[in-house]
Ligand binder design. Structure first.
Ligand code: ADP
Ligand code: MG
Length: 475
C-alpha cells in the first residue's frame, strides 16, 4: 500500500477545517470514515443518504479543492452510504437475496464525479449524475417473465407487467396493482417486472421490498429519529415494488409515510408496483386516500390457473429441473391440485423426492398416494390431537391407552413420542401439550422430549419409530 485512504482524507480534513466553521466541520465531516483509495478515487463512508445530499449541496466545492490538492485533476470522490445507519436496522433488505450478494447489500453506492456537482444544486432529487446511485434491488433473478407461464388466469396482469417493464412510469398503469390469493404468483410477477426493467434500463434504480420490511424500517427510523432519511431514500427510487401491501392494514403511520412517498414518486413519473392479497375495494383498515391512489392505475387480478396452465407450469418446472414424468401422471397431479401454484409445485417436488428416496418409479399409483396425502395435508392443521392419533395408530393402540396412567414401557414410549412431536410440530407450550396428552404437567413433557432425544441416539429400534413417525407427520 503506497498511499492510505486515511492519510489522504486527513490531509483533506486539515484543509477543510481551516476553511469552514467549526460547528459545521464537527457536524458534517467528523462522522465521515475514509474507506479506500483506488487510482484517483477516494471512497468515504457517510451515515446516510441525507448526509450525502447535504455534503453535495453545501460542500462539494471545498471537497473538490481539497481532494484535487491531494490527488490531482483526475480526483474522484465516491460516497458509500451505510444503510443500516440510515434506518437503524441491523440487516435491512435481506429478503430474497442470493447469498453471494450479502456483502454488498447493506450499502448503496453513490459514485459521483465531482465535475457534475460544481453547479449550485437546487433540488436534491434532480442532481445531475444521481443516476449513478446504486441501490441493491433485492430482486430474485429466478423469478422472471420467461418462467412465469401465461394463461387466462394471469394474462392481463402479465401483459400489464410487460408494458410497465417496457416503459416504467410511462404507461397509465401507474401504480400497477397486482392482486390475488396466496400462491398465485404475485411475488413472482412483481420480481419479474423488476428484473426485466433492470435488464432493459440498467441505470434505473429499482427496489423490491415487502410491505412488512418497509414497515419495520419505518418504525426503526422513527425510533432512531431518522424519518427524513427514510423518506429521502425512498424518494430517489425510480421503480418501487412493494409486496403484500395488505400488511399496511391498520398501520396508520406507515400508510401516511407511504402516501407521501407514493405521491412524490408518482408526480415525478416514477413507477410504483404493488401487490396485495385483495382487490383495493376489499382492503380493510387502509386509509381512503391511499386506496384511491391505488385505484389511479391498473388493478390486475391473478386468478387460479386453469388445468391447461397448471399443466404447462408443471411441465416447465420439470423441464428446468431436468426431470421427465409421464403425461398421465402429470395430468393427474394438475387435475387434483387446483387451489394454487405453490401447492402444485410442492406436490410435484414431493413426488420426485419420494420416488428417488424409495427408488420407485414415478407412476400413477405413487402420484395418487402423494396427491391424497397432499390434499389431506394442506387442509389439515397439525394439531396435538392429530399427532396422538397418528402415534396411536402407528403403535396399534387407541388414544385412550396412549393417554392412560399405565407404566407399561411401550405405552410410555408412545406417549413420550406424542409429546415430543407435539413440541416439534405445534406452537403449543409444554403445559398445553401436557394437559392435552393425558393431563400431565410441563415437567413431564420436558422429560419426554429429552428421553426421546436420548433414546434416538442410543436405541436403534427407537430411532426407527422416530423416523417413521416424523415422516408420517410431515408428509
Ligand atoms: P404469491 O406471492 O401470490 O403468494 P408466489 O409468487 O410466491 O405467489 O408464487 C408461488 C409459486 O408459484 C412460486 O414458486 C412461483 O414461481 C410459482 N408460480 C406462480 N404462478 C406461476 C406461473 N404463472 N408460472 C410459473 N410459476 C408460477
Ligand atoms: Mg407473495
Amino acid at each position: 500500500m503506497e498511499i492510505s485512504a486515511e492519510k489522504i482524507w486527513n490531509n483533506c480534513l486539515v484543509f477543510i477545517k481551516d476553511n469552514i466553521q467549526q460547528q459545521a466541520y464537527k457536524t458534517w465531516f467528523e462522522p465521515i470514515t475514509p474507506l479506500k483509495i483506488t487510482d484517483n478515487s477516494l471512497s468515504i463512508q457517510v451515515p446516510s443518504k441525507f448526509f450525502y445530499e447535504w455534503l453535495e449541496e453545501h460542500y462539494v466545492k471545498i471537497l473538490k479543492v481539497a481532494l484535487t490538492r491531494e490527488l490531482g485533476d483526475e480526483a474522484r470522490l465516491i460516497y458509500i452510504i451505510k444503510m443500516e445507519n440510515t434506518f437503524g436496522n441491523k440487516a435491512p433488505f435481506t429478503e430474497s437475496i442470493p447469498s453471494s450478494n450479502q456483502a454488498r447489500m447493506n450499502a448503496q453506492q453513490v459514485d459521483a464525479p465531482l465535475q457534475a456537482f460544481s453547479n449550485e444544486l437546487k433540488n436534491p432529487f434532480v442532481i445531475p449524475g444521481i443516476r449513478n446511485l446504486q441501490i441493491e434491488s433485492q430482486l430474485n433473478p429466478n423469478y422472471n417473465f420467461e418462467n412465469f407461464l401465461e394463461g387466462d388466469s394471469n394474462r392481463l396482469a402479465r401483459s400489464a407487467g410487460m408494458a410497465v417493464s417496457n416503459k416504467p412510469g410511462g404507461t397509465s398503469f401507474n401504480p400497477l396493482m397486482i392482486f390475488g390469493g396466496v400462491g398465485l404468483g404475485k411475488t413472482h410477477l412483481a420480481h419479474a417486472i423488476g428484473v426485466e426493467i433492470k435488464d432493459k434500463y440498467p441505470d434505473k434504480t429499482v427496489l423490491y421490498i415487502s410491505a412488512e420490511k418497509f414497515t419495520q424500517q419505518y418504525i426503526e427510523s422513527v425510533k432512531k429519529n431518522t424519518r427524513n432519511d427514510f423518506i429521502h431514500f425512498y424518494q430517489v427510487i425510480d421503480i418501487l415494488i412493494i409486496d403484500d401491501v395488505q400488511f399496511f392494514s391498520g398501520k396508520s403511520g406507515t400508510q401516511d409515510v407511504f402516501f407521501h412517498i407514493f405521491n412524490h414518486l408518482h408526480q415525478n413519473g416514477k413507477q410504483v408496483i404493488i401487490t396485495s392479497d385483495k382487490a383495493p375495494v376489499d382492503m380493510q383498515d387502509i386509509e381512503q386516500r391511499l386506496l384511491s391512489r391505488f385505484k389511479w392505475g391498473l388493478s390486475a387480478e391473478l386468478q387460479v390457473p386453469d388445468l391447461e396452465t397448471r399443466i404447462s407450469i408443471l411441465k416447465n418446472k420439470l423441464f428446468r429441473d431436468g426431470v421427465t414424468i409421464d403425461d398421465n401422471v402429470l395430468e393427474y397431479v394438475a387435475k387434483n391440485i387446483k387451489s394454487n401454484v405453490r401447492e402444485l409445485e410442492g406436490a410435484i417436488i414431493s413426488l420426485i423426492a419420494q420416488s428417488s428416496f424409495n427408488r420407485v418409479d414415478i407412476d400413477l399409483d405413487l402420484a395418487k398416494e402423494i396427491v391424497n396425502k397432499f390434499v389431506k395435508n394442506t387442509k389439515r392443521e397439525v394439531s396435538i390431537d392429530y399427532i396422538q392419533k397418528v402415534v396411536s395408530e402407528y403403535f396399534q393402540m387407541d388414544v385412550a391407552t396412549l393417554q392412560s396412567k399405565t407404566r407399561k414401557r411401550h405405552i410410555v414410549q408412545a406417549r413420550q413420542l406424542a409429546m415430543y412431536f407435539a413440541k416439534k410440530f405445534t406452537k403449543a407450550s409444554l403445559a398445553t401439550i401436557g394437559t392435552q396428552i393425558g393431563k400431565r404437567d410441563h415437567a413431564t413433557v420436558l422429560h419426554a422430549c429429552k428421553t426421546v432425544d436420548n433414546l434416538s441416539f442410543t436405541d436403534k429400534q427407537f430411532r426407527k419409530y422416530v423416523e417413521d413417525l416424523n415422516q408420517k407427520l410431515s408428509l
